[in-house]
Ligand binder design. Sequence first.
Ligand SMILES: Nc1nc2c(ncn2[C@@H]2O[C@H](COP(=O)(O)OP(=O)(O)OP(=O)(O)O)[C@@H](O)[C@H]2O)c(=O)[nH]1
Ligand SMILES: [Mg+2]
Length: 252
Amino acid sequence: MCDVCGCGSHDHSHEVSTMKVSDDTGKKTIEVKQSLLQENERIAEINRQHFDEKGILAINLISSPGSGKTTLLEKTIEALKDEFNIGVLEGDIETERDAERVRAKGAAAIQLTTGGACHLEAPLVHKGFHALEKQMNGEVPDILFIENVGNLVCPSSFYLGEHVRVVLVSVPEGPDKPAKYPKAFKTSNVFIITKADLLPYFDFDVEKVKKEALSLNPNLKIFVISSKTGEGLNEWFDYLRDMVEKKKGIKV
Ligand SMILES: Nc1nc2c(ncn2[C@@H]2O[C@H](COP(=O)(O)OP(=O)(O)OP(=O)(O)O)[C@@H](O)[C@H]2O)c(=O)[nH]1
Ligand SMILES: [Mg+2]
């Protein structure tokens, strides 16, 4: 039985979040609370088990506010909804707006509002995932997108159980973002430069930015896209097709 919510998934009875430490006389026992981050990791692992058991590819999108996460999701859903079942968890501080936007494109979506917190944490994603399952009436998404709260700092410290972490930077934000926010790039698998249609109007040297990002994380897969003109979107869709295929091929 899953000890996060009692959802019945097996092998979730991990130990509770305290540990006992004895002093050198062996007489005293002190209880040390595990940090919030450790608790987040523990529940993220349970999320990951849920996703693996059900063959779901989970993708966590992180970026500054307004980089184009929801717009890219809208384009992705439009393009791939006949090939894949797509579910979305939309993280925001307030409002249902992003969930409404992706639902309008045909995806199942649950809005997760943090009420002030600048990032999503694994327990809220866990709840949201079960709410999404209910909304989907027993159907299972092939791809679960988790759009994090707009913020390039805090979300990179909180693993949610995702298989793929994507960091996005839009052209108007400037070329210095990888160097200034290295953790987001070091912990991601994919880097998407968005709003490429605006390149003629900004000093944004794509090759230099790619090089800086790769110097932080040589394994980054990089896409340059515009949701407005469609540039680069087919490469992104092919990458998703490939990742879903790989995920379905993984025996868990
Ligand atoms: N020119 C241009 N504008 C874009 C592109 N993609 C998104 N936008 C615009 O950028 C603004 C923000 O886009 P969103 O998709 O809402 O950004 P977001 O990252 O989801 O924002 P938050 O959820 O608030 O963090 C909107 O006005 C979009 O129309 C693009 O490729 N080119
Ligand atoms: Mg959004």
